[in-house]
Structure formats: structure tokens, C-alpha cells
Design a binder for this molecule. Structure first.
Ligand SMILES: Cc1cc2nc3c(=O)[nH]c(=O)nc-3n(C[C@H](O)[C@H](O)[C@H](O)COP(=O)(O)OP(=O)(O)OC[C@H]3O[C@@H](n4cnc5c(N)ncnc54)[C@H](O)[C@@H]3O)c2cc1C
Ligand code: FES
Length: 277
């Protein structure tokens, strides 16, 4: 593996860290949990990721220089957990890496969830669609310390749930939906949320496919409930240089503004995202 990446050349001030894969296992069909032990760099420890931040994972493949952005799912004792779908050539390579493989990873990137929004609320409701559940686990962990604020997870999957035990350990309530009805509610997470009680004392946090986030955004807007959404746009460079990840948000006086998901997000207020562009 080369010791110098394209990112080092473009952003020498940050550089990347080296990590060793200590676990890489399939937790549902085509869904993998990878645990990375991340080494200090010249005495600088890897920064603990905040909920909703993502990590750029570089492949050990000179033919694939662009990193794969993957959300931080869990963090403890210098061990970073990523949960990813093997959906394309790069993530299939990641799925095939054996334990002991060394990888280059960027420091945690982006603006994550504003956990302060849950302060003073009765309940934080985390809504995850498929792999969008991954970043919500670290969020559940952070919100657990908020005393009187209860944490409810509403998780939708295709047919095979994953991470349920971990959510049950960190949330007061966990509700499951599957598209094919094989477990829990028959439908997606947004449909299930509408079936459950929501109230003005709730704060919503969501990650998942754009159609689900769009539906949630309308629902939350209609109920007057605050919603934060984590977007997973296609990315290029992954650190703000190429504008390949732009989304559209509402600016002042009905203007529309372009925002970089990798730098300005990936988390935005649901009420400010313009979905139909
Ligand atoms: C902020 C953020 C967080 C993410 N978190 C997760 C996660 O926790 N778990 C997970 O399974 N997936 C996550 N994704 C999606 C994941 O990055 C893509 O599935 C992955 O990059 C696909 O790479 P590939 O080589 O397998 O696919 P290919 O289609 O072969 O990828 C080709 C190129 O497109 C880029 N790309 C392709 N799809 C996406 C995509 N959806 N988002 C961003 N870039 C893409 C890749 O970086 C690569 O440069 C996240 C995406 C973003 C933007
Ligand atoms: S991916 Fe290049 S600017 Fe966001």
C-alpha cells in the first residue's frame, strides 16, 4: 500500500490514519460489520467521531483512489465500527478484506447530528431505513446520557433486520418494520412512525433512502416536530473540493442554495432540504 494518498497531497494538514481490521463479518445478506483498530499518528490519537459524522475509507487498490464514505456506527477504545452494504465494486472489496488487513482511513468528517436539540425534549425518535440505521447507533449512545429524554428507535429493513440487539441495549423502545413483512410491521420505517404516537415533545433524527426522508420531512413539518436528516449523496473527493455531493437547501427569501453534503452536512434540518429538484 502506498504511504501517500491523493488526499495527503491535497490536504496535507490533516492526512489520514492507519487502521487494522480486527473484525469483518456479514451481519445480514450483503451487510457487513467492520471493526477497525486505529493507530495513533505521530502521537496524535484518532479523534472520537461525533454521531452522524462519516469516515472516508481508502481501498487497498491503486485503481480506486476515491474514498468510500461510511458513517461512524460505534466507537470505543480506539475501535471504530462501520456497518456497510456491499453494493458496488469498492464496498465488495471492503467486504472481502480479511481480519488483520491494514487500511487507510480519514479522520471523522462532516457536521453530524445536533444532539443538543434533544435537550429538554420528552423523547428523541431515531428513524433508520436499511443501512441508515448505522449512524443512529452512535447517536443513541450519545442521547442515552440525556437523563429524562427517552430514546425510541424506529428501524425499517428490506427483510433481514440487523443491529437490533445493539439498539435494544441503548434505547428505551425499539420498533421494527420490514418491507416484506417477515419481521415486525409490514412496511417501511416512515409508515411505521406514522402508526406510532408522536407528540410535540418529540425530536426526530433520521437516516435512510431519500424517498423515506422526503416523506418524513413532510410528516414532521405537518406535525410541527423538529427533524434532522442525514443525507447519503454520492460523493467524489469526500472532503469538500469537488462539489460532487451538492444538495439543495432553502435560503433566505425563497432562494435555493447548494450545500456540500460532505462538508456542510451530511446532517441538515429536514425543513430546509429541498427534495424535489
Ligand atoms: C455521508 C455518507 C455516509 C454513508 N454511510 C454509509 C454507511 O454507514 N453504510 C453504507 O453501507 N453506506 C454508506 N454510505 C454509502 C456508501 O458510501 C456507498 O454505498 C459506497 O461509497 C459505494 O461504493 P462502491 O464502490 O461499492 O460503489 P460504486 O457505485 O462502485 O462507487 C463508485 C463511486 O461512487 C461513490 N459512491 C457510490 N455510491 C455512493 C453513495 N451512496 N454515497 C456516496 N458515494 C457513493 C463511491 O465513493 C465511488 O467513488 C454513505 C454515504 C455518505 C455520503
Ligand atoms: S464529495 Fe467532493 S465536495 Fe463533497
Amino acid at each position: 500500500m502506498s504511504e501517500t494518498s491523493a488526499r495527503d497531497i491535497l490536504r496535507p494538514e490533516l492526512g489520514d490514519f492507519f487502521a487494522e481490521i480486527v473484525r469483518n463479518e456479514e451481519v445480514a445478506a450483503y451487510v457487513y460489520r467492520m471493526i477497525l483498530l486505529i493507530n495513533d499518528k505521530a502521537g496524535t490519537p484518532y479523534p472520537a467521531p461525533l454521531p452522524g459524522q462519516f469516515v472516508n475509507v481508502y481501498l487497498n487498490d491503486a485503481g480506486r483512489l476515491l474514498p468510500r464514505p461510511i458513517s461512524a456506527c460505534d466507537w470505543s477504545n480506539e475501535r471504530l465500527t462501520l456497518v456497510f452494504g456491499a453494493v458496488g465494486a469498492g464496498t465488495r472489496q471492503m467486504a472481502a478484506y480479511a481480519e488483520g488487513t491494514r487500511l487507510r482511513v480519514g479522520a471523522p468528517e462532516g457536521c453530524g447530528f445536533d444532539t443538543g436539540a434533544a435537550r429538554g425534549m420528552n423523547r428523541a425518535i431515531l428513524v433508520g431505513g436499511g443501512l441508515g440505521a448505522a449512524p443512529l447507533l452512535l447517536l443513541a449512545d450519545a442521547l442515552r446520557g440525556y437523563g429524562s429524554c427517552a430514546v425510541r428507535a424506529v428501524l425499517g429493513f428490506g427483510s433481514e433486520p440487523f443491529l437490533l440487539r445493539e439498539f435494544e441495549e441503548r434505547c428505551d423502545e425499539v420498533f421494527v418494520a420490514t418491507d416484506d413483512g417477515s419481521a415486525g410491521f409490514h412496511g417501511n420505517a416512515a409508515d411505521l412512525l406514522k402508526e406510532l404516537s408522536v407528540s410535540g415533545g418529540d425530536s426526530l433524527f433520521a437516516c435512510g433512502p431519500a424517498p423515506m426522508l422526503r416523506v418524513l420531512s413532510r410528516f414532521a413539518g405537518g406535525q410541527g416536530i423538529p427533524l434532522q436528516v442525514s443525507l447519503e449523496e454520492r460523493m467524489g473527493c469526500g472532503y469538500g473540493a469537488c462539489l460532487g455531493c451538492a444538495c439543495t437547501v432553502a435560503g433566505a427569501e425563497e432562494t435555493a442554495l447548494r450545500r456540500r453534503v460532505c462538508r456542510d452536512g451530511p446532517v441538515f434540518n429536514g425543513s430546509e432540504v429541498i427534495w424535489d429538484v
